[in-house]
Design a protein around this ligand. Structure first.
Ligand SMILES: [Zn+2]
Ligand SMILES: [Zn+2]
Length: 400
């Protein structure tokens, strides 16, 4: 639970360690700030604006936040209460990779849901509607284990390298990656060319990254593997698919006849794709399924609401996430693959004595294997203990 000790941990962090810098968030004067106060977690204070980071920090220290946000948009009058009076000037292009939206196998081991209307419950990703009573009021408990985090890291790497850099042509220096403090990563692009893009333009970018709207008829004859963008990606994806296709493979998506066709044409297809000079056509039904297969593998599962919203509030870099106690942390691209939130997104080096108050799934958090029952009193690395406490599953007894 959030007791006085936890409050002091947050307070100490913002007083001593929180030092926002100009190069993290540009144009501070044009941004709107918002926060959920630690002492009043049901309130959101919005429309704040600060001339300098010094003023900002002074305010934060006086009003310790549980959650702290800023606008990805730039405004003429960021403190105006009416959105129209703010005078929108542009917005950073932001992407959100949230493992919540990605179906990982391990979710069956650590996530649960239950229907608020009939009480039905289950494990893993929640259904959109309750299978028993049809209600959409579904409560869920989600955890992010190390496997989930790996998936988020892989998706983030692919998004940046293949889509943002290669296809959109954004320079690496204009991309900032942050661990969101909870279930994934935020990717911020501060580039003059993307600043003014409206919602529709951003929607096009989302569709492109998700591979939505690819026209199969334009891919017959097959594109070359050396082509840019989705055409090349699809050609290379089909090549990989055919190369690893086994004679006796039973792929649900294809009928036995289609499989037979693919296998009989395998050598011709491989040669044509490798040489890139011979034109090959495939029956539309087969090509459609192949393209679908490749897109599901190569597209990136971004949260489209974040990218298309040009007036979004997003977590402030280096602030603490009120549901986990972890820090919204800037991650260098070169070290992203080794990122471990429990050491890299925490400033706490001590240990914490924690009383477990609710049941917790058996899960690996950082390098700690959690296997506890309610009532246990345990000593854990401070970041892991705080995480459990912020999720309402334990009570901090003492910082050691
Ligand atoms: Zn139900
Ligand atoms: Zn997991």
């Amino acid at each position: 639970m959030k007791n006085e000790i936890v409050r002091n941990i947050f307070k100490e962090y913002y007083e001593k360690y929180f030092n926002p810098k100009e190069n993290e968030v540009g144009n501070i004067k044009l941004r709107e700030f918002a926060l959920v106060p630690f002492d009043s977690p049901d309130t959101m204070i919005r429309h704040l604006s600060f001339p300098t980071f010094k003023d900002f920090k002074q305010y934060i220290v006086k009003n310790i936040p549980l959650h702290l946000y800023y606008s990805t948009a730039y405004y003429k009058v960021p403190e105006a209460r009416d959105m129209d009076e703010k005078g929108w000037l542009g917005a950073d292009l932001v992407f959100d990779i949230d493992v919540d939206h990605i179906p990982t196998e391990c979710k069956k081991e650590h996530d649960t849901w239950h229907c608020l209307d009939c009480g039905m419950h289950g494990k893993g990703m929640p259904p959109e509607r309750c299978p028993r009573c049809g209600s959409a009021r579904i409560d869920r408990e989600v955890w992010v284990c190390n496997k989930c985090l790996r998936v988020a890291i892989d998706e983030t790497m692919r998004l940046i390298e293949e889509f943002i850099c290669d296809d959109l042509g954004i320079k690496r220096n204009d991309i900032k990656v942050y661990f969101s403090g909870h279930r994934g990563f935020h990717i911020h692009v501060e580039d003059e060319r993307t600043k003014k893009l409206d919602q529709d333009a951003r929607r096009e970018i989302v569709d492109y990254i998700k591979g939505i709207g690819v026209k199969v008829e334009l891919l017959n004859p097959l594109p070359k593997m050396s082509e840019h963008g989705w055409r090349g990606t699809i050609a290379r994806g089909i090549y990989e698919f055919i190369l690893t296709l086994r004679d006796n493979e039973d792929l649900n998506a294809f009928t036995p006849r289609e499989m037979e066709h693919l296998i009989s044409k395998r050598n011709i297809l491989v040669k044509a794709l490798e040489e890139g000079s011979i034109e090959v056509k495939l029956p539309k039904s087969i090509l459609t399924k192949l393209v679908k297969e490749v897109i599901s593998k190569k597209s990136v599962n971004i949260d489209e609401r974040v990218t298309t919203d040009i007036k979004r509030l997003i977590r402030f870099p280096e602030s603490l996430h009120g549901k986990t106690g972890l820090k919204v942390t800037k991650v260098d691209l070169s070290t992203l693959t080794d990122f471990d939130p429990f050491s890299d997104a925490s400033w706490l080096t001590s240990s914490i004595k924690l009383k477990v108050t609710e049941s917790i799934p058996k899960i690996e958090l950082g390098n700690v294997k959690i296997d506890v029952t309610p009532g246990d009193i345990i000593v854990l690395p401070a970041s892991v203990a705080l995480y459990i406490a912020m999720k309402g599953k334990g009570e901090v007894i003492e910082v050691l």
